[in-house]
Each structure stands twice: as structure tokens, then as C-alpha cells.
Design a protein around this ligand. Sequence first.
Ligand code: NAI
Length: 328
Amino acid sequence: SPTPAVVTVTGAAGSIGYAALFRIAAGAMLGPDTPIRLRLLEIPSAVSAAEGTAMELDDSAFPLLRDVEVHDDPKRGFDGTDVALLIGSRPRSKGMERGDLLAANGQIFTVQGRAINQVAAEGVRVLVVGNPANTNALVAANNAPDVPAERFTALTRLDHNRAIAQLARHSGAAVKDISRVTIWGNHSGTQYPDIFHARVGDRSGAEFAADREWLTGDFIPTVANRGSAIIEARGASSAASAANAAIDHVHDWVLGTPDGDWTSVALPSTGAYGVPDGLVSSFPVRSVDGAWQVVEGLEIDDFSRKRIDASVAELESERDAVRGMGFL
Ligand code: NAI
């Protein structure tokens, strides 16, 4: 019978954790043939809540779920992990400065990167969801020198899925007939959702992008500000859609992207499209034999270049800030 996969979820007692765990245990992330061993990692004050979630996971009697453990020690939570979803992070509290936020998270992702380096499985894949996701992934990767950098990724799949949904709504095309959308840069308001290379049914995304008023006045800001719009409407941040995107991300990483399509992933740059080496920035990627490959050779016009550069500049300033604090 197939070897079970060890899946660690940090922030397991939080909203995204709760929305993700049951679907992971049901096989939505790694497919119907891979048994799952869950490791829930929380901070001590939330261990009891995570234990409650573990009881509910038991009570679901998922055929694929082998066991569930709850930990507050990263060295135990990441022991032998194959897939690590780093969802827990320090949220911005009222009056907190950006520097304090980067410092609090720099600390968390340093500790977690080191633990992954020491105890994770050989082929570990890491997805950072907790914000600031790109820079948290950069810090974790830098603290795990024995793990290949490309195994550290950050989530822009939610932005990618939001872009597809907006394009479907605007064009009247079905979601399944939209492909080759790209999110570039940071998972933040500066991200650039690019439809110039997209396919929209039998039309090209460039045709829709030609309507610059819609593109710059509606599409781009709607996608980039969707997180705030959800908070405004729901009184809480996106949870189920974020969990869904995290599951999509790992699913495609392990099982492959559909033929003819690509997706968006923030991963350590190797210089493609002029993005400085090492920055964890979002690119168009395909998953080939279980590894991400940046889609090369897309033509980037001035309109797109300006927007990619602005988001990359923000990533550089976040990197410089955490470097100044000694996390890199
Ligand atoms: P939440 O506040 O409901 O849950 C966060 C959980 O993380 C809490 O249970 C907390 O105890 C735990 N936690 C904090 N520090 C931890 C640590 N060092 N180790 C283990 N667990 C720790 O938050 P929610 O809604 O689940 O969101 C989680 C993160 O995901 C936030 O940073 C949020 O900004 C981010 N996010 C990212 C998205 C993306 O597309 N990249 C989309 C939506 C949210």
C-alpha cells in the first residue's frame, strides 16, 4: 500500500487551518491514493483548540487519515514532514508598525525554517500562507540551508483564482475555459494580475486587456484589493478560499498542472524576468515531475513591466528590512 504523507499545518487552530484540515484529510490535496498523517502545530495557548479540531478529525472517520498529532514544539511538529503548510503567523494588531510586524514574523519563520532544516523529510515541500507570506518564505528558506531553496514557496494561488473568477464574470466565459493567467510579484496590494497571455474560451486575454479602462479601473484593483473587500463584507479575512487555494497549490505541485495551462506561485527567483536572485516573487509556473518550472519567454510590454517592477521593489524593501534585523 502507498506510503503515507506527513502533512504539517501551522496555525492549525485558526480559521484557514480549520477550513483546510478536513479537505486535506479527505484527499483533496494529495489525491485519493495517499494516506495522510497530520501534524498540527500551534502556539501553547491554542493547543487546546487544536486538540478539539483533532477530535473532530477523528470523528470524521476519513479512510485516508492515519493519525493526528498536536504539537507546540516545531522540532516535533515538523518531524519527518513531507508537506508543511505554514499558515500561522503574527497578525498586525492595532497600532503595530510594519517593522514590528516584520520582526515578530522574522522570529517565527527563523525558528520554523531551522526546525524544517533539521527534522523534515528529504523531499519536503513548504508553502507559506501566513503574511507577509513572500518575505516569511524568504526568511524560512534562508534558515534552512540544507533544503533546496525552491522547496520554499508562498501562496499567490488565491490571487490567481480571484483573477480567473473576475475574468470569467467579465467575459461570460466559464472558469474552466480560462487559462494562463499570471500573478506577478508580492502577495499584497502591489501584486500584478496579468491577463495579456491568458486564454479566455477561444479569445485571448489581450483582447480584454485592450479595454484599459476596465483593466486598470476595475480588474486589477478588484483582484489586488479583494482581501480587504472580504474583510469589509464578512468582518473576518478570507479563510475557506485561502484554504482552497493552499490545497490547489500543493495539489498541482505534487500532481502537476493541467496540460496547456500554468499557475502562479511565489518562489525564490533565479533571475527570470529580471527579478533579483533569491527574492520570493510570484511567477507563471508549471509543475513538471513534482517541481515548479517558471514559464520562460513571455513577452512583457511596458504596461506590465512597470507593474512587475513596482511589486518587486516592494519585495526588495521587505527583504532589506528583515536583513537589517538579522533574519537573513
Ligand atoms: P487566525 O488568526 O484565525 O489563525 C492563525 C493561527 O496561527 C492562530 O491559531 C495562532 O495561534 C496560530 N499561530 C500564530 N503564531 C504561530 C506560530 N508561531 N506557530 C504556530 N501557530 C501559530 O488567522 P487565519 O485567518 O487562519 O490566517 C492565517 C494567516 O494567513 C494570516 O497571516 C493571514 O494574513 C494569512 N492569509 C494569507 C493569504 C494568502 O493568500 N497568502 C490569504 C488569507 C490569509
